[in-house]
Write a protein that binds this ligand. Structure first.
Ligand code: SF4
Length: 217
């Protein structure tokens, strides 16, 4: 099986199994998505979703967040991981969007990564989800699942994974592909003990064939 055939098979599987994958973060507009993605670093989407309704009620837009007081903003996100850093990132992000981007969330990766708290992964998520740009966000799930499925070969960094995936995934499917691998990694191909028994990709999975089925997983 060539690598392109492997991609085609896996894409066909997910098209059938998960036709409309979506982010599990709750949001209504680009501002809310950016805040939620910043908050979700090293934290579960579920926990972020528990706190964002009140946060968005108090800070409904960039001007409101740019005027936030540290202690009050902190109190809204204090049970999310790294609340101190994230409070500073949100305040800095909102001020920069207000002062340097006319109040609109920028929609290019190069501009987004200038914002505090926004790395390449976050910028790829925002531009692909909001604007359908073919940018592949690689998080820990995408990195792990791609390697196990043989979609990447010897990729050592998220950027290498991103570059390898983008070569084989049709442009219009990049956004979906990212969510497919995240959801598959979150619920089936989990880090410590992948649930291969319930995985429809078992017949084409090198990790299963080489490691799990031989009792080494
Ligand atoms: S067969 Fe197992 S290792 Fe392979 S993708 Fe499925 S869950 Fe992951």
């Amino acid at each position: 099986m060539t690598r392109q055939q492997r991609f085609n098979h896996i894409i066909a599987y997910f098209e059938e199994a998960m036709p409309d994958p979506e982010t599990e973060l709750l949001y209504d507009n680009p501002y809310q998505l950016l805040v939620a993605v910043i908050l979700s670093a090293q934290c579960t989407d579920k926990r972020v979703n528990m706190h964002t309704p009140a946060l968005f009620g108090r800070y409904p837009d960039i001007p409101a967040l740019a005027e936030a007081e540290y202690d009050e903003l902190f109190s809204y996100i204090k049970s999310i991981s790294f609340p101190g850093n994230k409070t500073r990132h949100l305040m800095g992000m909102a001020k920069m969007v207000r002062d340097d981007f006319g109040g609109d969330i920028p929609m290019t990766v190069d501009e987004l990564v200038k914002l505090p708290g926004v790395g390449r992964k976050t910028a790829n998520v925002i531009t692909s989800v909001v604007d359908n740009q073919p940018n592949m966000a690689v998080d820990t799930h995408v990195f792990r699942v791609s390697a196990r499925l043989g979609l990447t070969v010897r990729a050592k960094t998220p950027l290498e994974t991103e570059k390898q995936l983008i070569k084989y995934v049709p442009t219009e499917l990049v956004y979906k592909f990212h969510h497919w691998l995240i959801l598959h990694g979150r619920y089936v191909c989990v880090a410590r003990k992948p649930k291969c028994g319930e995985c429809g990709l078992r017949p084409v999975c090198p990790y299963y064939l080489k490691v799990v089925s031989k009792g080494m997983g």
